[in-house]
Design a protein around this ligand. Structure first.
Ligand code: M6R
Length: 601
């Protein structure tokens, strides 16, 4: 969703800021803006609707120059998509400029109470915040720092914010603050930065200080001061982020999604190397995690979207290998309608970004109730990983495309390994995952086949179905999400046995129905369901596994253990979604209305 970058202490801030915004594009946004101070009590404010490239053009035409600045990509929440609502928002007299991630819940109340005489130029909650800073500076004679803190102190407890403020009277200083929304300070000998996503500023530094909730920081070219929620000066050690900046480039690929689909075999190997020793024993899962899970009478997996779908697969592993009853919940539901819990629950939060607001809300609630929590996330040092009792990395590398692919695969594998670490079995998971990696590569090598399926079966179609039974039903949900979110083909994924209970009435002549058929126990039943929809005119596409294949199946997956077949079955679905989207001429990586990291509830 929204993204923040700021920099101070460089010769020319604009290129850094614009490059940073470019790196934030993947998170989803609908407008962007930049403020650069000229160092002499003046500055440039440029904002534009739509893509960062439009802002780049406008900023270049305005000949913006200066040594410090802030910039933002906005995903509209309060107020529509417009230049006026884009950030930075400025105070009435143009002294203060503010960018903001998050939502100020009581902004209307604050506006009515403190700012009745002020003319507003946007509909944003952010403008209320910057006008408040201005008012407290002017009327109460407060310094920018104190006025900023006073504004923050008035925000409703539920408000989430990452703020970055500039004051024309201190043109080289950035004031940063955060709560429930990530904000990092990047330090280097050639300028300091502030960003909501380290990936945006890796070309300046790989050393970051993480701000804690309630912190306010003063960032100057050669100095960083941090004050905690009580106003005490605190030292926070920087951490070094070991990311190769080129990992966030798409190289020769036309889209990140295709690159990330192709990376899945490597990701599978990388995870195995990390979590298994040479003898195939599980490593790098602490005794504390194992003991906490062993003590549980039930596991609750909490997640959203694709991560929720990965949880549905993981559930089988925990029940089969760890022998612990497991439930999977959508975080946005769990947050406000908590089900009855067992006596000794253990919570697993699954997330690519580690920032999903719905999941964070559940984690907060669960921590208050004192239950043990583990986050399995891709972004290390993300809020969910920091705030849970335990964390395990997904090791998928940066995932940029909005449609999650390699993170799903990584989530399934890491859950499998975690569950397997409790298993009393001769099954050799390390060996089987090595096979999975080989077969994933083999499937991704057959792109032409999936392009052809997409072009012939989905061309001009408005709706489609993915069906399966057992683990295939779980994959069908993910397959449907992949197709609908990027190609806009309205796709339903569900348990095939449910067809006859209602959905079969939607089948018309030519309706595409994809069947995932990899589970032997229910293969016969699923064939029957495919026959039922075919008899009613559906265009059926069966994706089966070698041992269950029959002539006429559209694609036959190589064989690995049935429990791990989701890792193979999902790949054709990812590629079909990709090619169906290309066929429609849409932006694969940036589907409309969506954001990579969903930081609002
Ligand atoms: O970062 P998270 O895994 O917590 O995000 C949850 C969902 O927003 C996410 O999985 C979303 O459904 C995918 N981008 C869809 O491909």
């Amino acid at each position: 969703m929204c993204g923040i970058v700021g920099i101070t202490g460089v010769d020319d801030a604009l290129p850094y800021l614009l490059r940073g915004l470019g790196k934030l594009e993947y998170r989803g946004y609908d407008s962007a803006g930049v403020y650069v101070s000229d160092g002499f009590n003046g500055g440039y404010l440029v904002k534009e609707k739509g893509r960062v490239s439009a802002l780049v053009k406008k900023a270049e035409a305005a000949h913006v120059h200066g040594t410090a600045g802030i910039a933002h990509t906005r995903w509209a929440t309060h107020g529509g998509v417009s230049v006026a609502n884009a950030h930075p928002q400025q105070s009435a007299d143009g002294r203060f400029y503010l960018v903001h991630n998050g939502v100020i819940e009581n902004y209307q109340e604050l506006k009515d109470r403190y700012l009745s005489g002020v003319t507003f130029h946007s509909q944003t909650d952010t403008e209320v915040a910057v006008q408040l800073v201005d008012k407290f500076a002017k009327e109460d004679g407060l310094s920018a720092f104190d006025a900023f803190r006073k504004m923050i102190s008035l925000l409703d407890g539920n408000s989430a914010y990452g703020f970055l403020l500039m004051d024309r009277e201190n043109p080289d200083t950035l004031l940063a603050a955060k709560k429930k929304s990530p904000l990092l300070i990047g330090v280097s000998d050639h300028g300091n930065v502030v960003t909501s996503d380290a990936a945006a500023m890796l070309d300046v530094t790989q050393d970051f200080i993480e701000l804690h909730d309630g912190d306010v920081a003063v960032v100057k070219p050669k100095q960083v001061e941090i004050f905690d929620a009580q106003g005490q000066a605190v030292e926070r050690e920087p951490f070094h982020l070991d990311i190769d900046p080129t990992e966030t480039d798409k190289g020769a690929y036309p889209y990140y999604m295709l690159k990330e689909i192709d990376e899945q075999a490597v990701v599978a190997r990388k995870i195995s190397q990390y979590y298994f020793d040479d003898d195939g024993r599980v490593q790098n899962i602490s005794c504390a995690i194992s003991d906490a899970i062993r003590a549980a009478d039930r596991i609750y997996i909490v997640a959203a979207g694709t991560s929720f779908h990965a949880g549905l697969v993981g559930q089988r592993y925990f029940e089969k290998w760890a022998k612990i009853p497991t439930e999977v919940h959508v975080s946005s539901e769990f947050a406000y309608d908590q089900p009855m819990l067992s006596e000794h629950p253990f919570f697993i939060f699954l997330s690519q970004s580690g920032e999903t607001a719905d999941s964070r809300e559940v984690l907060d609630n669960i921590k208050r109730q004192g239950y043990p929590t583990l986050t399995i996330a891709n972004v290390v040092n993300s809020t969910l990983t920091r705030e849970a009792d335990f964390a395990l990395p997904l090791l998928a590398g940066p995932e940029i495309a909005v449609a999650s692919t390699k993170a799903y695969t990584a989530q399934v594998i890491v859950q499998a390994i975690l569950a397997y670490s409790f298993a009393d079995t001769d099954f050799n998971l390390k060996q089987e995952l090595a096979k999975v990696a080989v077969e994933v590569s083999a499937i991704t090598d057959e792109k032409e086949t999936f392009k052809e399926i997409a072009d012939t079966v989905l061309h001009n179609q408005r709706s489609a179905f993915y069906i399966g039974r057992g683990l295939d039903a779980a994959v069908a949900l993910e397959a449907a999400l992949k197709l609908k979110e990027i190609s806009y083909v309205q796709t339903e994924g569900f348990a095939a046995g449910e067809l006859k209970h209602g959905t079969i009435s939607l089948i018309e002549e030519g309706t595409p129905v994809f069947a995932l058929l990899t589970q032997s126990k229910t293969a016969g039943l699923l064939r029957g369901e495919v026959a039922q929809v075919a008899a009613r005119g559906a265009n059926t596409v069966i994706i089966s596994s070698e041992s269950l294949a029959r002539p006429g199946d559209a694609y036959v997956l190589p064989e690995v253990d049935e429990l791990l077949m989701p890792l193979l079955a999902v790949i054709p679905a990812q590629l079909i979604a990709y090619y169906a989207t290309l066929d429609r001429g849409l932006d694969v990586d940036r589907p409309r209305n969506l954001a990579k990291s969903v930081t609002v509830q």
